[in-house]
Design a protein around this ligand. Structure first.
Ligand SMILES: C[S@@+](CC[C@H](N)C(=O)[O-])C[C@H]1O[C@@H](n2cnc3c(N)ncnc32)[C@H](O)[C@@H]1O
Length: 188
């Protein structure tokens, strides 16, 4: 079989699979938030414990850092560039009385050092993840990286699951990598 035909078959299978399984490509916008039940699964996939420092890159309304601190009693740090979301998330942190555990920085995460995190979570577009690669590659060995929806291009995850959310009925792909990140995957 020619490689062109193989590529076409793979694309067709992926599109059909996404349609059948209910993947939610439109959920992958900057405004989107991870459903709360998927957040729980992300934290479980990372194996978060009390001694961890969870860092959410692009923390939105703060739901991941708040869930991490509330459920596991760990430190959690969010970086969010959008001032309104920063304000909203800080209000939520205060309401949950989690100020001792959760810090929200209004900042561009590209400009910050988040290397003290033992767990990094993200729900970001592929181009942003690609730009983050130099920082992700430098994380301490054993750091768990969990991405909602988007894989790291070319880097095979240590684990990959699909979570169907009760809130939207869709299947949400989750990926886990444990650093050091493996070599670029060039296999078909
Ligand atoms: C798809 S939302 C995910 C929000 C949250 N992490 C979640 O899973 O529900 C992505 C967030 O990343 C933020 N963001 C994108 N680029 C950023 C950057 N360079 N620095 C900080 N925040 C950023 C956006 O403002 C947006 O709130």
């Amino acid at each position: 079989m020619s490689s062109d035909r193989l590529v076409l078959i793979l694309i067709f299978t992926a599109v059909l699979g996404a349609a059948v399984l209910g993947f939610a490509p439109e959920a992958h916008s900057q405004e989107a938030a991870t459903p709360e039940d998927v957040v729980e699964k992300m934290l479980r996939l990372a194996g978060v414990e009390k001694h961890d420092v969870v860092c959410d890159l692009g923390s939105g309304d703060g739901r991941i850092v708040i869930a991490a601190a509330r459920r596991y009693g760990c430190q959690a740090v969010g970086y969010e560039i959008d001032a309104k979301l920063v304000q909203l998330s800080r209000e939520k942190v205060e309401k949950a009385k989690l100020q001792d555990l959760v810090t929200i920085h209004q900042a561009d995460f590209f400009t910050r050092d988040f290397s003290s995190a033992s767990v990094v979570t993200m729900f970001l577009p592929p181009a942003v993840i690609e730009r983050l690669m130099p920082k992700l590659a430098k994380l301490a060995p054993g750091t768990r990286i969990v991405s909602h929806y988007q894989a790291i291009e070319g880097v095979r995850p240590d684990k990959q699951i699909g979570v169907r959310s009760a809130s939207d009925g869709r299947l949400h792909p989750l990926y886990l990598w444990i650093t050091p990140l493996g070599p670029t995957d060039t296999s078909p």
